[in-house]
Design a protein. Sequence first.
Length: 276
Amino acid sequence: MIDITSDLKDLNISYDKINVVRQGENSDTFLITTSKKKLIAKKFKNLNFQTITNTYLNKKILNQLVDKKLFPKVVYQSEEKDFLIYEYVESIKSNKDKLFYKNLGMKIREIHEIKPCKNNLTFEQQLNFYKMSLGKVNKEKVYTRIEDLLNDINIKKSKLVFSHNDLNANNILFNKDICIIDYEYSSLNNKFCDLSKIIFEFQMTEEEIESLLKGYRINFDDVTKKKIILWQRLNLYLDYIWSIIISGNENQLSKENIESFYLNKYIDFDLKNKSN
């Protein structure tokens, strides 16, 4: 685990307590308690993953996210030091009603309207990293299917927008308004990557999906339904590949458990939607 005490000292940030929130593959996250407020610090650490982590620390991107209230107020950021500190947001339980999903759809649209910077990665560039990171057997088993899905999606002709790419429930905070964190896997991507991910994560009903898409300003027709299903399949395959990559340092039993979890998750979804 990374020690951030010297970084905080250099920034003249005094604190009462530091708690580890999460130790991830490419960053460690800390909760800093000061006499006046709580802060979140993220320190990026794994240079091997810089190929897929994006310009999250870029000031131009962060300023837009903060201005649109899509991200908490930033206290400190440095691309050189791979370090970010922002104000802690207490997430409270929210009723997941039509209004919530409509507002969430509006927020996702606002993310997609962020103006990218010059060195923004594309989704295809990230996929190339995944492909290079897989062993020969897994490439043959998994990546062939991904390429089939990409052809079905017609990714090369997709309109690309600034996308979060990791919209799971833990990255969506609610406190009077919806705030979204952890943009490090963002890239230029098709809008349905984020929309399909959040629909799957929240296991939305058709009525809830309709509210989400209404907020985003998309009609919920048969063409849209097909795109959502295709992107959900692709996202689950990417989760599976990611599980293979990050389990490289685990013991064999843990590695097999991680991989089988995501594979079963995909198979279960695919069986339920095999007619689509």
